[in-house]
Write a protein of this length. Structure first.
Length: 189
């Protein structure tokens, strides 16, 4: 039976370590310990922790389920389904740790340019996907056209990340879904 790849093990476990400790708090030893691989194996597959973090950001962004934004319900209903899906994704992986992109964004000043750029690209890609749905809603009159679709999409991504950040500190029930509804109400004409 073939042995699992150490590279794959590192990738599988690094996301959780980064999510829980942030870029700066996570050491290569923390990552190799979680992956149960020798520390030297890390450098056989990645030149640096930053290289691994960039790959984790790409992997995380690639795992984003954009299917709720596809045709079907009204554009506002599709936006809501997508945003609530992202909230659920965060709950499954541990709301107390927040969104991986938000965690890396908060560390970006010290994580390095490549991590910052990868996070920026991932957030921009989310905004672009939302903007296409918003444009549909603007064309049908369901969403305000007072601002460009790209600006509204960025607003929604920021509202999502902010709701997730606040949920990290919530002692009682999270109001993140309600905050998403408030943001979507702001898009109405």
């Amino acid at each position: 039976m073939p042995q699992p790849s150490n590279r794959n093990r590192l990738l599988e476990h690094a996301e959780a370590v980064f999510r829980q400790k942030g870029f700066n708090g996570a050491s290569v030893q923390d990552i190799t310990r979680a992956a149960d691989v020798p520390k030297g194996s890390f450098y056989n597959h990645f030149e640096s922790k930053q290289d691994l973090a960039v790959e984790i950001v790409h992997r995380y962004a690639g795992g984003t389920d954009l299917s709720p934004l596809e045709e079907g319900d009204s554009p506002v209903a599709r936006l809501r389904a997508y945003l609530l899906g992202e909230l659920e994704r965060t709950k499954i992986t541990g709301v107390e740790f927040g969104c991986l992109l938000g965690t890396f964004a908060s560390d970006s000043a010290t994580a390095g340019d490549r991590v910052r750029e990868a996070v920026g690209e991932a957030l921009a890609s989310r905004s672009d996907s939302l903007a296409r749905t918003i444009e549909e809603g603007q064309a049908t009159g369901d969403i305000t056209a007072r601002r460009p679709a790209g600006v509204l999409a960025t607003f929604l991504v920021d509202a999502l990340e902010g709701a997730i950040l606040r949920a990290k500190t919530a002692v009682g029930p999270s109001t993140a879904a309600e905050e998403i509804d408030i943001a979507l109400d702001a898009l109405r004409p």
